[in-house]
Design a protein around this ligand. Sequence first.
Ligand SMILES: *[C@@H]1O[C@H](CO)[C@@H](O)[C@H](O)[C@H]1NC(C)=O
Ligand SMILES: *[C@@H]1O[C@H](CO)[C@@H](O)[C@H](O)[C@H]1NC(C)=O
Ligand SMILES: *[C@@H]1O[C@H](CO)[C@@H](O)[C@H](O)[C@H]1NC(C)=O
Ligand SMILES: *[C@@H]1O[C@H](CO)[C@@H](O)[C@H](O)[C@H]1NC(C)=O
Ligand SMILES: *[C@@H]1O[C@H](CO)[C@@H](O)[C@H](O)[C@H]1NC(C)=O
Ligand SMILES: *[C@@H]1O[C@H](CO)[C@@H](O)[C@H](O)[C@H]1NC(C)=O
Ligand SMILES: *[C@@H]1O[C@H](CO)[C@@H](O)[C@H](O)[C@H]1NC(C)=O
Ligand SMILES: *[C@@H]1O[C@H](CO)[C@@H](O)[C@H](O)[C@H]1NC(C)=O
Ligand SMILES: *[C@@H]1O[C@H](CO)[C@@H](O)[C@H](O)[C@H]1NC(C)=O
Length: 342
Amino acid sequence: MKTPMIPPWVLLASSMLIPGMAQGRHDTILGCSDVGCPPDMGRDGAPSVSDNCTVGPESHSYVGVARIPSLQAEGLKQGHLTWVQGSRVHSVTVDAKTNTHGQVYNHTFYLGAAPDLKLDDWGACAVFFNGPYNASLLNFTKTSLPEENEGTCADAMGGDNGCVEALQDRAMSLMRFGSNSSSSQGTCQTLLEDLQQREIPACNSWTEHKWGNLTAVALTGNNAPKPITGDRNASSNCWPVESKQDSLTPIFHREIHETNIYSYWAITPILTLFWPVTNGTTDNRRSNAALTCVKPIGPPNASLATMKGGGGDEGAASTVWSSSIPSIVAGTAAAFVLFNLL
Ligand SMILES: *[C@@H]1O[C@H](CO)[C@@H](O)[C@H](O)[C@H]1NC(C)=O
Ligand SMILES: *[C@@H]1O[C@H](CO)[C@@H](O)[C@H](O)[C@H]1NC(C)=O
Ligand SMILES: *[C@@H]1O[C@H](CO)[C@@H](O)[C@H](O)[C@H]1NC(C)=O
Ligand SMILES: *[C@@H]1O[C@H](CO)[C@@H](O)[C@H](O)[C@H]1NC(C)=O
Ligand SMILES: *[C@@H]1O[C@H](CO)[C@@H](O)[C@H](O)[C@H]1NC(C)=O
Ligand SMILES: *[C@@H]1O[C@H](CO)[C@@H](O)[C@H](O)[C@H]1NC(C)=O
Ligand SMILES: *[C@@H]1O[C@H](CO)[C@@H](O)[C@H](O)[C@H]1NC(C)=O
Ligand SMILES: *[C@@H]1O[C@H](CO)[C@@H](O)[C@H](O)[C@H]1NC(C)=O
Ligand SMILES: *[C@@H]1O[C@H](CO)[C@@H](O)[C@H](O)[C@H]1NC(C)=O
């Protein structure tokens, strides 16, 4: 068993913790107990052991918050960026005639950005590797609780097989040699097509020769999603980022009709590509690509209070955690991918 290396950005992240803030439980992907989600108030108004993190119109019972690991590119050194996932299980009517119910896993991905980060002179694109991947191929294996598992992309993808670097290099070499587009959307589309056309052998251990559904979203340009502000934030009672001054922009939304509980906790790799744009001209040589892995993370913040109240022993904790795991559903697997431009 290989000891996971602590990437430098983790050290950076902990040194940037607001003084006085409790040390989070997680190192690589933060959850509700790290970012302070409020409890779900049941119908009777009494807090439950679940969380309800409402961001704009959407309420999430779990979140996952992962920093984009490297921003080496010139001019992007200041300020941090994070990928945030918010997830909830919804009960839906599958067949009204027979009154059959099923479950939908609803996942929303946000980009969190520090207030001092200026992307005005940059083009940017994100590619989402939408599983659900076979959990025995892409997983973190630290604990037996799927909601608690966390790590870096390299941990999940098999450590030193070079998949992370190969993916990042592929995106950067596309910028150097392949992209002729002046718009973020055009470059994003080129990146998507390039990835779809060829597999990356170093990644085959978890992709099994197929990427599955990929979704590319341009993060800059006129049609790019906009941060949540003003009225759109009025319904929020939660801001699932470590640094509360950060902006949050809903980027992508995924609904999964699944049979497999592991797909709720599945890891989503996100490839983020940045390139400088000077006076409308893309500088292809100075692009920067980073792969981030995000997933919903437990335990719920609300369950920690219960644990403390009940003596906080591990046995009690496990009971609380497993009760919050969505149950396994029968049905046909289907993923509906749609853009959420809010
Ligand atoms: C998170 O849970 C703690 C108790 O464990 C509670 O004091 C805190 O208020 C919760 N956070 C929010 C935002 O409700
Ligand atoms: C979560 O909070 C929102 C409003 O903040 C509320 O509409 C919703 O019923 C709550 N619970 C669930 C399970 O969504
Ligand atoms: C999933 O979330 C989206 C966005 O909030 C919402 O429109 C949709 O109805 C949700 N799906 C289910 C099954 O509730
Ligand atoms: C997942 O991958 C393992 C190893 O390749 C394989 O044995 C198993 O059948 C796969 N499961 C599914 C659901 O595809
Ligand atoms: C996680 O993946 C590894 C292969 O990378 C596999 O050996 C292991 O069984 C998987 N664990 C689970 C819980 O699926
Ligand atoms: C970019 O332009 C060159 C030269 O015109 C061409 O060979 C190449 O295929 C183009 N690349 C893309 C991705 O369109
Ligand atoms: C995306 O996923 C759906 C459902 O699993 C599948 O029908 C569709 O072919 C996939 N699209 C691509 C491009 O793989
Ligand atoms: C949005 O609302 C949340 C919860 O009240 C708050 O923490 C956050 O700072 C607000 N963000 C913006 C951009 O207004
Ligand atoms: C960008 O354009 C302005 C005015 O057109 C010019 O002054 C400036 O030197 C240009 N900058 C670069 C880096 O080309």
